[in-house]
Write a protein that binds this ligand. Structure first.
Ligand code: AMP
Ligand code: ZN
Length: 466
């Protein structure tokens, strides 16, 4: 039974889709004003594993992740660079997908861009103006929190006091609001500024929060199953998304809310503004493989903080190398036919433990522990030269299953390492000396399958790759 910690109810709940086997999920995507850092990628990798696991469980998933391609930072930076918004963000969008691919994060089914959905945002704002949940002030449009009694239900923040709500990303003091908590839906922009759009309520640009309400509801409907993002988005971004969406439709917006915890550095959140961030490119440039970064990001469950260190990353390098080596050893193992029930039971247990861990609110560290247990047990079977053919197949299939969810074993290597080839050649020589020609032929064939050709010369065996 799959269970998630739902931030909305603050309970760990059984996951039950709204409609049959279909799951509709929205994850807040990047603001494409710069290269994303590995803290951002912790959240996107969590989103990827969530999506992969829902598919693993057999759900028909629609996964939407937006690109925020208009906000204050983008507008300021594009002005400074003398570029249009489109010109400015383009290279960062390309870089973002390259980085996602490098990390093995699968692409969402739909990746809408905010600037392509202004009409949908205008529609929601108009509805809110019409039903009294929004108002105009000095040309800008604000959400009227006093008209939405459920405000605060996600973040559980109590608003009796005069909390200056909204975010520094969208609210500035120059706007007159009825209530300090109210947040901008549409900001008045001077006609001369190209970063604006025409709306019935004036030339302007959307607030950040309305972008996600418009894009999620467009592709997933007014009510959908899962909304996810980093913990810093819970308030005000997600709280405001709920207010706008439910304020406009009168319906539940998202049934489950999942929030990923921070990647930290020396107990501070990794962030560009603190200057303690590493982009994925920085880390790859230091020679670390993306697989190790992925492993590190998954080594701690999404809802626990993870402290980034280079020692930790180095540990992940060794671990992922060991996992890759394990798969190679199993593939190339010398087996006898049949299956050993004890070994088969170990493999089945690993799969059961893995699924139980993932079912438990995506506990990736427990899931990894199940994998490492299996690796240890099978290594000892391999050490005794006792792996049987059917069990080898089952181990390889189990690896495929683990990897469909976590993606930490790397690509299955069809190419053998020199050392493995030489070990097999040595074993073949030994087999020939003991007149075990069946084994000797078997090894020659095995190598031939992998594109290795043997040549018997007077100086011994030479080999080459085809
Ligand atoms: P942004 O591009 O700033 O909109 O952020 C993209 C995503 O990264 C959001 O879901 C944030 O919550 C998330 N995020 C930002 N910093 C961190 C961090 N240090 N650890 C984990 N997630 C983060
Ligand atoms: Zn969002």
């Amino acid at each position: 039974m799959l269970r998630f910690h739902n931030t909305l109810t603050n309970q760990t709940e059984e996951f039950r889709p709204l409609s049959g086997n279909d799951v509709k999920m929205y994850i807040c995507g990047p603001t494409v004003w710069n290269f994303a850092h590995i803290g951002n990628f912790r959240t996107f990798t969590f989103g990827d594993v969530l999506a992969r696991y829902l598919r693993f469980k057999g759900y028909a998933l629609t996964h939407v992740m937006n690109l925020t391609d208009v906000d204050d930072r983008i507008i300021n930076e594009s002005h400074r660079a003398g570029q249009t918004i489109g010109e400015f963000v383009e290279p960062y969008i390309v870089a973002f997908w390259e980085d996602m691919d490098a990390l093995g994060n699968r692409r969402p089914d739909v990746a809408p861009r905010a600037t392509g959905h202004i009409a949908e945002m205008i529609d929601i704002i108009q509805t809110l103006l019409d039903n009294g949940k929004a108002y105009e002030s000095e040309g800008s449009i604000y959400f009227r929190i006093a008209a939405f009694p459920d405000y605060g239900k996600l973040s559980k923040i109590r608003f009796e006091g005069n909390i200056v709500g909204g975010s520094e990303r969208i609210d500035t003091d120059k706007y007159e609001k009825e209530d300090a908590r109210d947040f901008a839906l549409w900001k008045l922009v001077d006609r001369s500024d190209p970063a604006g759009w025409d709306a019935p309520f004036g030339y302007g640009r959307p607030g950040w929060h309305i972008e996600c309400s418009a894009m999620s509801m467009k592709y997933l409907g007014e009510t959908f199953d899962i909304h996810a993002g980093g913990i810093d988005l819970q308030f005000p971004h997600h709280e405001n998304e709920i207010a706008q969406s439910e304020g406009a439709t009168g319906k539940l917006f998202s049934k489950y809310w999942l929030h990923g915890e921070f990647l930290k550095v020396d107990s501070e959140k990794m962030s560009k503004s603190l200057g303690n961030d590493f982009t994925l490119r920085d880390i790859l440039g230091r020679g670390y493989p993306p697989l190790a970064i992925r492993y590190l990001l998954l080594s701690v469950p999404y809802n626990k903080q993870l402290n980034f260190t280079f020692e930790g990353l180095q540990g992940a390098v060794s671990t992922t190398e060991r996992l890759q080596q394990f798969r190679r050893l199993v593939s190339g193992a010398n087996t006898t036919e049949g299956s050993d029930p004890e070994v088969k039971a170990l493999i089945d247990k690993a799969l059961t433990d893995f699924e139980a861990a993932m079912d438990d609110d995506l506990n990736t560290s427990q899931a990894l522990a199940a994998i490492h247990n299996l690796v240890r047990e099978i290594n000892s079977v391999l050490g005794r030269d006792a792996l049987r053919a059917d069990d080898r197949q089952s181990v390889l299939e189990a690896i495929e299953k683990f990897d469909a969810v976590l993606g930490i074993f790397g690509k299955a290597e069809t190419e053998m390492l020199d050392a493995e080839i030489e070990a097999l050649i040595e074993e073949r020589q030994e087999a020939r000396r003991s007149r075990n020609f069946a084994r000797s032929d078997e090894i020659r064939n095995l190598l031939a399958e992998r594109g290795i050709v043997l040549e018997d010369t007077k100086d011994g065996v030479r080999w080459k790759r085809k």
